[in-house]
Design a protein around this ligand. Structure first.
Ligand code: ZN
Length: 331
């Protein structure tokens, strides 16, 4: 089954809708408008989308008896934080449960691709868009580690790296990734290994050079084994005005993507979400459904170890990435 899955990834090309991987904004200039997101309204929309996305729309799939539960893995990942009001919940304006509590209650460990500039002292997020709940981003990061989650690198600036490279040169890009890694290392004590470039956009040269330095770059490129391709949840389209939010609901759409991958023989998935209130709100339902389908939740490091150990991905293949076609799509 696993071998078949590997062979089939070579044959199969799933059209992945790529608009923009990053819902958030950066401190140098908000791209919320580009992404169509107004984080101020995020929790309002969250309660809406939960209310209007009936559980009945999640269709159970036929039980696949040939796949052992031990082989069905999910690495839940969240980009753009730490955002304390998402992680620990809003109290004043739009009360909402925190993502970390939701994960804890479900016994799920996740991986957070955090933005380096947030991990500086006395940083509470973006004042215009993010509710200050009295917890700094740095405190939030420390708490994530204490609670067993993983932190990985989403750059320091959160700028789109191809444009940044054009403007400032490749060395700037390398430095931005490294600076993000250093900020994480200052919290965790260990060097992060995985990098997800904002919007998954990176030049081939920068990708190769990052890999030479020991980073593994997360990708949605179809040239990679399917088990190593991020599932783009499109959750950023469900925040703010929710223009373009997948139908009939975000959890349904994610489950449909998983079913498509299962039909190609792949039962291991890296799910790419963002730290958004709307995303936190759908997690209980999505986690429950995936568990019911026999999936087990692991951190990204465990995921990679398990997927490679099982031989689904030849190790030398795991590092091969060629994002050109994806990069072209994503703009
Ligand atoms: Zn991002």
């Amino acid at each position: 089954m696993i071998l078949m899955g590997y062979v089939r990834f070579l044959l199969s090309i799933a059209a992945v809708s790529v608009l923009s991987g990053c819902a958030g904004s950066n401190h140098l200039g908000s791209n919320n408008l580009r992404a169509g997101i107004d984080p101020n309204n995020a929790s309002t929309v969250a309660s809406h989308s939960v209310a209007s996305s009936p559980a009945a729309t999640i269709r159970p799939v036929a039980k696949i008896t040939s796949v052992s539960p031990a082989d069905k893995l999910i690495a839940l990942t969240f980009d753009d934080g730490p955002r304390p009001y998402v992680l620990f919940g809003r109290k004043a304006v739009h009360p909402a449960p925190g993502l970390v509590d939701i994960l804890d209650q479900n016994g799920v460990k996740a991986t957070f691709f955090v933005v380096g500039w947030r991990l500086t002292p006395k940083t509470w997020g973006e004042p215009k868009h993010e509710e200050d709940i009295g917890v700094s981003c740095l405190d939030a990061a420390e708490q994530l580690i204490r609670r067993g989650h993983e932190l990985e690198d989403h750059t320091y600036s959160h700028l789109e790296l191809r444009s940044a490279e054009k403007k400032n040169g490749e060395q700037w890009v390398m430095h931005d990734v490294d600076r993000g890694a250093q900020a994480i290392k200052a919290v965790t004590g260990t060097q992060p290994r995985y990098v997800r470039p904002p919007d998954w956009i990176l030049t081939d040269d920068a990708r190769r050079d990052l890999q030479k330095q020991g980073y593994r770059v997360l990708t949605i490129s179809q040239e990679n084994p399917i088990a190593l391709r991020d599932v783009n949840s499109l959750d950023y389209l469900c925040a703010g005005k929710a223009v373009g939010c997948p139908k009939p609901s975000l959890p349904d759409a994610v489950l449909q993507q998983i079913e498509q991958r299962e039909r190609k023989g792949t039962y291991t998935h890296i799910l790419a979400f963002h730290e958004l209130s709307t995303t936190a709100a759908i997690m209980p339902k999505l986690i429950t459904e995936l568990k019911a389908r026999g999936y087990r939740f692991v951190t990204l490091t465990e995921y990679m170890k398990l997927v490679e150990t099982k031989g689904e991905i030849p190790k030398q293949q795991a590092a091969v990435t060629k994002p050109t076609s994806v990069a072209a799509l994503s703009r």
